[in-house]
Design a protein around this ligand. Structure first.
Ligand SMILES: [Zn+2]
Length: 44
């Protein structure tokens, strides 16, 4: 069932947090460049 990693990433281009490098889960706020954790840290 596992796909070739290259094919996997080509089909599902994931965004990575610019701050910590964590993969960002697709959300309504898809324009965000950082994960929830980093966003919350930057809240203030
Ligand atoms: Zn992050």
């Amino acid at each position: 069932m596992l796909q070739n990693p290259v094919e996997f990433f080509r089909e599902l281009p994931k965004k990575i947090c610019a701050e910590c490098g964590q993969i960002i889960v697709e959300q309504a706020e898809s324009y965000l460049m950082e994960c929830d954790r980093c966003l919350s840290k930057r809240a203030e």
